[in-house]
Write a protein that binds this ligand. Structure first.
Ligand SMILES: [Mg+2]
Length: 203
């Protein structure tokens, strides 16, 4: 049995900017002169299928944006989507150091569509940090579904007492706490490090 602490990180809002959130879609509407309300309604209807791997990026873009003719190409729109992903603060750099200690088993538990997630893994070399990615597009479930937390933990073979879930949204922390799991609401690197010390986790 492996007793190294098992830590699950959210990505968007913790390590990187969100992949495709409301502010990003507002920027897209402005940049590409879309009717934001129409785009937003279509996005909301497609979002779950997109994030659980049932709808690919090309189909998402076609249905959300190219249901009418446009003066730009699907590739231009997709490039804009990818470009929204940026490093957020110092947490990713700190996490590389934590990973280098070899003392912890590090995984993600993140909601993301497949192409955006895999772009982010490549662009920010996340494979150097995490042992596996528990991402909604692979699991067919999204946070805050209760079962996603238990499934991710189960797939690692980790123990509840030595597992910690980290997320920047209270709605995603609450189900983990309700299930009796250790969970930390991420509000910044310094408070995170303080909380992790309580679990004996430090770089
Ligand atoms: Mg997040």
């Amino acid at each position: 049995m492996n007793h190294r602490p098992t830590i699950f990180f959210d990505i968007g809002g913790v390590l990187l900017t969100n992949g495709w959130d409301t502010p990003a879609r507002k920027r897209a509407a402005e940049e590409f002169k879309l009717d934001y309300n129409e785009f937003q309604t279509r996005h909301e209807m497609l979002k779950t299928a997109f994030e659980t791997g049932r709808l690919g990026l090309d189909a998402y873009v076609r249905k959300a944006v190219f249901h009418r003719s446009r003066l730009f190409s699907p590739d231009e729109f997709k490039q804009f989507m990818f470009a929204q992903s940026q490093v957020l603060g110092e947490t990713l750099a700190w996490l590389r150091e934590l990973a280098a200690t070899g003392k912890y088993r590090l995984f993600t538990l993140n909601n993301e569509s497949r192409e955006l997630h895999e772009y982010r893994v490549r662009a920010f070399r996340l494979g150097e940090i995490f042992d596996a990615f528990f991402t909604s597009c692979y699991l067919g479930q999204v946070k805050p579904d209760e079962e996603i937390y238990l499934n991710a933990l189960g797939m690692t073979g980790g123990q509840r007492a030595s597992a910690i879930f980290i997320d920047d949204r209270a709605l995603n922390v609450e189900p983990a706490v309700a299930l009796g799991l250790n969970a930390i609401l991420y509000t910044g690197l310094d408070p995170l490090r303080e909380r992790l010390k309580e679990f004996g986790v430090e770089s």
